[in-house]
Write a protein that binds this ligand. Structure first.
Ligand code: FDA
Length: 308
């Protein structure tokens, strides 16, 4: 319900304009809780601070659903620049990206070319590149593009899979068979009942099952959630199977459950923070509100503070 509402609002140009004006304007503007900044330099600074506190990192240059090949090429160019800046900065070499940002919704060949343009220098410089998973119309094409890269011997790349989708158990096995690295998430998009579980309990049960499958048969899986029960399940299961703590990692989003991030680090788990940045932060931000409508209260409070 909340996901659907916030998804609909995220398509409203007037709201986007309003949010863009106030969301990142000052150091304590509301979107800064979830977004590391609009510029690469701000993101590197935020990442440096996290790294100094023991977190692993992945940087995401926000953007999605481009509608022209030119926009896709521009996004790819931004990623090339990001790679250079990360190398120069000395922070961990790990990025995340979305295929609709690289043009998969415009033309698959353009997207493959753009992705290859990023993977080549990324490979040369020892980066790992994670392909985020978007809404279900893109699931199959995302996996196919990923497999194309894998066939072309790229090994510095992995993909995210969503426990909300019925198909994901097969997709986890498909990726495990390749030896590919999977990031498991619940799924941030509003999906129809024809393809996805609608009840949180079912999404969670699938997440636990898939965690086990990944820990048993996967290659260095990432368990990406802020849900304490899911995390506890992964910890207990890995412990019971004698799976060492460095054979998998936990991941969380920038600005969310920093207490839990610290607790996992203190218990010697590997903890990666997904650091999103860039001017196109609005859809990402709205997904974070949709996951936890209580976040809206803090947005409204900070808006009043800024305008008074
Ligand atoms: P759940 O939504 O059940 O929340 C559990 C608890 O976490 C809440 O009770 C609250 O305490 C806290 N929490 C969760 N969301 C919060 C928020 N927005 N604000 C404040 N607290 C919050 N999705 C996707 O479809 N494709 C992708 O590629 C990715 N990539 C990705 C990477 C990483 C590193 C993470 C952590 C997540 C993603 N996601 C994603 C998002 C994911 O699908 C999911 O929407 C969110 O992680 C929220 O779900 P939880 O697993 O945290 O559980």
């Amino acid at each position: 319900m909340a996901k659907a509402l916030f998804y609909a609002l995220s398509r409203r140009a007037s709201l986007k304009r309003l949010a863009s004006r106030y969301g990142m304007a000052t150091p304590d503007s509301f979107a800064r809780r979830f977004i590391a900044g609009e510029s690469t330099e701000e993101a590197i600074e935020a990442a440096r601070t996290l790294q100094a506190r023991g977190r692993l990192l992945t940087l995401d240059y926000l953007g999605e659903s481009v509608t022209t090949a030119d926009e896709a090429t521009t996004a790819a160019r931004e990623y090339l620049r990001l790679i250079e800046v990360i190398v120069a900065s000395g922070i961990e070499r790990n990025i995340s990206l979305k295929l609709t940002q690289l043009g998969v919704g415009v033309d698959r060949a353009t997207c493959v070319d753009n992705l290859r343009r990023i993977l080549d220098p990324a490979q040369r410089h020892g980066f790992f590149v994670r392909i985020d998973m978007e809404n279900s119309p893109y699931t199959e094409v995302t996996l196919e593009v990923f497999e194309t890269m894998w066939q072309q011997q790229y090994r510095n790349v992995g993909v995210a899979l969503q426990s909300a989708l019925y198909r994901t158990e097969k997709d986890v096995s498909r990726m495990n068979a390749l030896g590919a690295r999977v990031r498991l998430v619940k799924g941030a998009y509003k999906e129809p009942a024809s393809v996805a579980y609608q009840r949180k309990a079912d999404v969670d049960a699938a997440f636990s099952r898939l965690t086990e499958l990944l820990l048993d048969e996967g290659t260095y899986p990432a368990i990406a959630t802020h849900d304490e029960q899911m995390i506890e399940h992964a910890r207990v299961y890995a412990g019971s199977r004698g799976i060492a703590q460095d054979r998998f990692e936990f991941q969380m989003l920038y600005g969310i459950r920093r207490d839990l991030q610290a607790a996992l680090l203190a218990a010697a788990y590997r903890m990666r923070v997904y650091v999103p940045f860039g001017r196109e932060w609005f859809p990402y931000f709205m997904r974070r509100l949709g996951e936890r409508p209580a976040n809206v209260t803090f947005v409204i409070r900070s808006l009043f503070r800024e305008r008074s």
